[in-house]
Structures are given as C-alpha cells and as structure tokens.
Design a protein around this ligand. Structure first.
Ligand SMILES: *[C@@H]1O[C@H](CO)[C@@H](O)[C@H](O)[C@H]1NC(C)=O
Ligand SMILES: *[C@@H]1O[C@H](CO)[C@@H](O)[C@H](O)[C@H]1NC(C)=O
Ligand SMILES: *[C@@H]1O[C@H](CO)[C@@H](O)[C@H](O)[C@H]1NC(C)=O
Length: 349
C-alpha cells in the first residue's frame, strides 16, 4: 500500500471521506442498485484495510458480502470449516434484509402456516406435548409448505457460500432442506442434545451411493442475537474431522415418542460456543458434535433459520429412498438398513 493507516481514528476518517464521496457521487443520479453495491464495496474495503493492506494487483479478491447474491469466504474460513467443523460469518444479512424473514418465521411458529404432522413439533419433548408447553418450536421444510420463501436472499447467498466450501472437492452443492427453530424465552429445557447430524441421516450404504461422500454444510441464520444465555449453538471443535459416527440413542423413550437423538461428550473435549448476532450465520458440517443449551433469558427468544446444502448426488440418492428430511417420512433413523452401529442403543452404554 502506498500509505499506512496507523490508528482507527485515521481509518475512520478515511472511510468517512470515501462515504462522503460516494454520497456525492450517488447524488449525481446513480441508480439505487449502484448505491447498494457501493455500500458493500465500502464494507469490503474496510475489511481489507483492517486485515492490514492490499496486494498491488488489480485482480485482488474482495471478501465478505460484495453484492445482493454474493459473499466471498477467505481461504482461512474455508480451511477452518473443514478443520473445526464450524465457523461463524458475521453480519451476512443487514437488519432490513432479516426483518422480512422474521415476519415469515413468526407466521410459522404462531401457527399461521399449516405444517402437517410431526413437521411442526417440539424437538426437546415427546410428540403430543400441548403447544403452550413447547420449549423449542420446530418447523421442518418451511419453503415446501410456503413456496414464496424459495430463492429468498438467504438462500441465494448461502448457495454462493456452499459452492465455495466444496469447490476443491468438485461437488455441486444443492439445497437439501430448511428448518425454523424457536427457543421460547425462559425455557431452560429448550435444549438440543449433543448429536452429529449424520446420526439422523442415511449413510452412503443406505443410500446405495456410487460416490463415497457425505458432503454437507448447514447454515444457521440468527434472527435474534444468540448467546450463551438464550441457548446459542455449541460444538466440540474438530470432533467431526475423522468423519466417524459416535453411538447415538433416542432422547425420549423411543423414536415414536420423540424425534431427537443424543450422544455423549467427554469432560475433556474442547467445547466452543458459537454466539451470533442478528443477521450473522454459523455453518457446521455433518459430523461435528454439536447441540445447544436451554433459553435462560426471561424475555428474549432465540429464532434460528436453518438451511442445509449437500452434494447433488446425495440429495438425489436421499429422494430415491424417500428421505426428504420431513419428520413424516416413512424411511427414518431406525429404518435405514445399513447395519450401522451408531443406531444400536445397546452399544451406547
Ligand atoms: C477436481 O477436479 C480437478 C480437475 O478435473 C482435478 O484435478 C482434481 O483432482 C479434482 N479434485 C478432487 C478432490 O476430486
Ligand atoms: C467411505 O470413506 C470412508 C473414509 O472417508 C471409509 O471409512 C468408508 O469405509 C468408506 N465407505 C465406503 C462404502 O466405501
Ligand atoms: C420463568 O419460568 C419459571 C418456571 O418455569 C417461573 O417460575 C418464572 O416466573 C418465569 N419467569 C419469567 C420472567 O417469566
């Protein structure tokens, strides 16, 4: 760089200057679209400055949110995802972009959109618990039951991110399922037990796959600030790196009584919290051991919008055996015929 930025005051001054110039420029009749993308260029410039300088070549990559449909990951973020099994991207969506999604979310959890059977349930309690007593309101497949949700801004941006995470694996990542979760305020039992997502899903053998891959990235968009108090995501760092499954057992008496599974975490394992501000996103993989605590906040709910992408071959194979991630599917955890030991409750003790 031709000049050094020594203090945050200098940085702020420079950014204000850029902002002022862009405002003047916009004032001379630039379209709303240009004004919008200008905002992201400034954000991205800010990222570059904060990272400590630019390369000299003009093809330099911009990271972070650069347009309506694009968010570029750094090589470090991609590496961390595959190494640790979970990363957080801050401020992916703006307040104005999140609000319309919150409004649709609220319609679902308040019963304004009809969601059949077990796809509207409490993941922390047995099926049949009265709605008023639910701790953790769960809606599976919201974009199936409310098609206008399809291709919304969150889907478009995560589609772009998912492709980057698996570019070097040569996978075409496609949307597999979506899910809405609300931890109601003051519900200390709104717990997601420790689990690996793969424990819920058919493996390569049960799917009769020709390609041996389970490639998945699951996005969780925070619609409220989430932290330890209201039960943010927590995970065991690096626990999925070997891509092996631990034994799981049903949280409730059996799978007819409730959908949730649980596995054990040892005291000496590195547990990390993944708090996320509204508009930020966590991304986890299919083998990392994760869960979340109850909501101990007296007033704050914790709303999360989940979107999972898997390699196209996997999603096609899932559909061929009738697995859609609906809790109403006939084929399910205890019916996959792959003889996998993690499904055998006897072996968990
Ligand atoms: C992806 O494709 C490229 C080009 O065909 C190839 O060189 C590379 O080995 C492939 N990577 C994987 C992980 O299959
Ligand atoms: C798939 O690959 C994993 C290692 O990543 C290996 O443990 C497993 O046995 C393989 N499964 C099949 C069906 O080839
Ligand atoms: C939180 O729940 C407990 C019982 O579950 C109740 O006694 C308490 O009054 C509640 N607090 C608030 C702020 O609603």
């Amino acid at each position: 760089m031709a000049f050094n930025i020594r203090t945050s005051a200098q940085l702020l001054l420079l950014l204000s200057l850029i902002h002022f110039c862009s405002a003047v420029w916009c004032g001379f009749g630039a379209s709303a679209f240009h004004r919008h993308s200008y905002k992201y260029e400034i954000a991205s410039l800010q990222n570059n400055l904060l990272r400590g300088g630019d390369q000299d070549d003009s093809t330099e990559r911009k990271y972070g949110r650069v347009s309506q449909n694009e968010y570029f990951l750094t090589p470090d973020q991609i590496e961390a995802f595959h190494r640790d099994g979970c990363i957080t991207l801050e401020h992916v969506l703006t307040e104005e972009e999140v609000e319309p999604l919150c409004a649709i979310f609220d319609r679902f959890v308040n019963g304004g959109v009809a969601v059949p059977g077990k796809d509207f349930c409490d993941m922390s309690q047995p099926f049949g618990t009265p709605y008023d007593e639910w701790n953790l309101v769960n809606c599976m497949l919201p974009s199936r039951y409310f098609p206008p949700l399809q291709n919304n801004i969150y889907e478009r941006i995560t589609n772009h991110i998912a492709a980057q995470l698996f570019q070097s694996h040569n996978h075409t990542m496609v949307k597999d399922y979506d899910q809405l979760l609300n931890k109601r305020p003051n519900r200390t039992a709104a717990v997601f037990a420790w689990h690996q997502d793969m424990a819920y899903w058919p493996g390569v053998e049960a799917l009769h796959m020709h390609v041996n891959t389970t490639a998945t990235c699951t996005f969780s968009l925070a619609l409220d600030d989430s932290d330890e108090e209201n039960g943010c995501l927590r995970y065991v760092e690096g626990s999925g790196a070997t891509k092996t499954l631990r034994p799981h057992r049903p949280v409730n008496q059996n799978r007819e009584k409730g959908h949730a599974l649980i596995t054990d975490v040892r005291d000496d394992e590195p547990i990390r919290l993944a708090p996320a501000r509204k508009g930020s996103i966590t991304i986890h993989d299919e083998y990392v051991v994760h869960g979340s605590g109850g909501n101990n906040s007296p007033r704050r709910q914790r709303r999360t919008y989940v979107l999972a992408y898997r390699a196209q071959e996997i999603v096609e194979a899932e559909r061929r055996i009738g697995f859609t991630h609906s809790h109403n599917d006939q084929v399910n955890w205890d019916t996959f015929e792959d003889g996998a030991s993690h499904r055998n409750p006897q072996k968990t003790k």
